[in-house]
Design a binder for this molecule. Structure first.
Ligand SMILES: [Zn+2]
Length: 161
């Protein structure tokens, strides 16, 4: 798949702190935004224009698109663990849950992206983790309820193709 780049401007130091990172984990999130039109593109634009909260992430994925908002080697604020390994050592992927989207397809696209990043950065699959691991938040909520193991199997399937 094509990864569309729309990086947060460097001037936005609140969400792009320019802290260098060597990624050791991949953290999976869900946007928790079920509104129609809450797509990967919409989230990428939101980050590009300037998020008021100190919250940012590297990739947003839906059934059609993958958008990248930060380079893999820069810290984003997404894990809720302050200067812990979630924020300081992991690449954040947000999967869209908009009601007019196709969540199954979005997960499949996210699995492709995870596989690509594991290979690119030589990260072991055991280090693909839920946001929950870092802060205890119920995220990714749908997959925590149903489908986390299936998602990991999808990733394993991508890597053997
Ligand atoms: Zn999350």
């Amino acid at each position: 798949m094509e990864i569309k780049e729309l990086y947060i401007p460097e001037s936005n130091t609140k969400t792009r702190p320019r802290i260098e990172m060597k990624p050791a984990y991949i953290t999976i999130h869900e946007t928790d935004n079920t509104e129609k039109g809450a797509t990967a593109k919409a989230h990428a634009n939101f980050q590009y224009k300037g998020n008021d909260r100190q919250a940012s992430w590297h990739y947003t994925v839906d059934q059609e698109d993958i958008y990248q908002s930060l380079p893999d080697n820069e810290v984003a604020w997404h894990a809720g663990d302050d200067r812990g390994p979630g924020n300081m050592q992991s690449i954040a992927i947000e999967i869209c849950v908009n009601e007019d989207g196709d969540f199954e397809k979005a997960k499949a696209n996210a699995a492709w992206l995870v596989t690509y990043l594991l290979f690119k950065h030589q990260i072991p699959i055991e280090n693909v983790v839920q946001h929950n691991k870092w802060s205890g938040k119920n995220c990714p909520s749908h997959m925590r309820e149903n489908g986390w193991d299936a998602f990991i199997q999808l990733v394993k399937g991508c890597s053997t193709n």
